[in-house]
Ligand binder design. Structure first.
Ligand code: HEC
Ligand code: HEC
Length: 345
């Protein structure tokens, strides 16, 4: 045998011995099982839920996020939780034209639903937050919503032993960003699908009344709604000016405040129409009380202003057309989001 090969074999044997010895000496390492993943099964009619790679879904995280979402102790004076303005009782809105935050303070905008926001390309009526994670830190610090500081909120949670342990277990540390991640993970489970419209689209002719079926045709045709309220979540996730509130002295300019683009004046994000019968009043300022008012508003071509969207124009709908459209809108109520408040630590 050639010496080189002999040496090489010797080395190999030595390494093997070394490794086996080491293995024998090392204490048995108990490999930590990865946390159980959360099975997100969107109801029929919805697409797969996009989940950011840096915030994977786990059952523990979702449960923690739900508790934080319902916990008033995240606000400065312990009186307002996310769930107060986005409550399951009102399909994750609050049933008011504009919401009341701590000390009863009111803002200028209506609370949109959290349902299906997992599919959102941006958050808020003006799209100023890119993700649910980013969005969640907004209301905590908003002086008229939860009125807290992030440090104060973290200190508060620090004082609740169970939360401290849960955050430690799920994320390894207690930071405002991790609180936001947990809440966002919970929000991704707040879904609505399997509505009559979904069953109809999947071939069940009996899922819709005759009137609602005519509504489907109108929605995609003469009434032009489907131009913007498109796809499985009935929104293009884009911004449009319908003129809502533009006749006020000091109108809310919506998207313009974010981009400073002249053409964005008075534009707001197209909201989902899922669960729409349960989320009155309507529009970013809560100015329209009923679906009848909404349909009348579109029929007359919105509110005239210099920036009105080119797709908003008088529709010439008959009374029956309007009724059919409303019947269709009623067929967008489904399931997946109904829930009870969790037990808090
Ligand atoms: C005092 C009422 C109030 C509280 C409390 C509140 N929100 Fe909101 N929320 C609103 C209003 C009003 C808006 C719309 C504001 C805007 O667009 O400028 C909004 C917007 C949102 C959106 C964007 C939805 C969309 O269609 O783009 C999400 C998501 C959301 N809130 C989640 C939360 C979470 C999570 C919390 C708790 C950390 C929370 N909210 C606390 C009133 C509230
Ligand atoms: C040009 C795009 C566009 C078209 C066409 C359109 N919408 Fe909208 N829709 C929007 C936008 C944007 C908003 C939010 C506007 C605001 O608050 O200022 C909205 C809001 C709504 C709301 C209130 C939702 C809420 O949560 O408050 C309903 C209901 C609605 N639209 C139904 C319809 C119906 C029915 C039609 C057809 C008759 C229609 N839309 C046509 C873009 C559009």
């Amino acid at each position: 045998m050639n010496t080189r090969v002999f040496l090489a074999l010797g080395c190999l044997a030595a390494t093997f011995l070394f490794l086996t010895c080491r293995r024998a000496e090392e204490p048995q390492v108990v490999t930590k099982a990865p946390p159980p993943p959360f099975e997100l099964n969107p109801p029929r009619g919805l697409e797969e839920v996009p989940v950011p790679p840096d915030n994977p879904m786990t059952a523990e995280k979702v449960a923690l996020g739900k508790q934080l979402y319902f916990d008033k102790r995240l606000s400065a004076d312990g009186t307002v939780a996310c769930a107060d303005c986005h409550s399951p009782q009102f399909a994750f809105t609050d049933g008011n034209p504009v919401s009341a935050g701590i000390r009863g303070q009111k803002g200028g905008r209506s609370a949109p639903t959290v349902i299906n926001r997992a599919y959102g390309k941006s958050q808020f009526w003006d799209g100023r937050a890119a993700t649910l994670e980013q969005q969640a830190l907004g209301p905590i610090q908003n002086p008229i919503e939860m009125g807290h500081t992030l440090e104060g909120m973290v200190r508060g949670i620090q004082g609740i032993e169970v939360y401290r342990a849960q955050l430690q277990k799920v994320f390894g540390s207690l930071t405002a960003e991790n609180v936001a991640k947990a809440i966002a993970a919970y929000e991704r489970t707040v879904l609505s699908g399997n509505a009559p419209i979904d069953r109809f689209n999947l071939g069940d002719e009996n899922a819709l009344s005759e009137s609602a079926k005519r509504g489907v045709e109108l929605f995609g045709g003469k009434a032009r709604c489907g131009v913007c309220h498109t796809g499985p979540n009935f929104t293009d996730e884009l911004f449009h000016n319908l003129g809502v509130g533009m006749n006020r002295k000091d109108p809310d300019l919506g998207r313009y405040a974010v981009t400073k683009e002249e053409s964005d004046r008075g534009k707001f994000k197209t909201p989902t129409l899922r669960e729409i019968v349960a989320t009155a009043p309507y529009m970013h300022d809560g100015s329209q009380r009923t679906l009848q008012e909404v349909v009348d508003f579109y029929d007359k071509g919105g509110e005239k202003n210099a920036y009105l969207d080119k797709d908003i124009k008088p529709l010439g709908l008959t009374r029956r057309d309007k009724q059919d459209l409303i019947e269709f809108l009623k067929a967008l109520s489904g399931e997946g989001w109904q829930t009870e408040p969790p037990k808090l630590p």
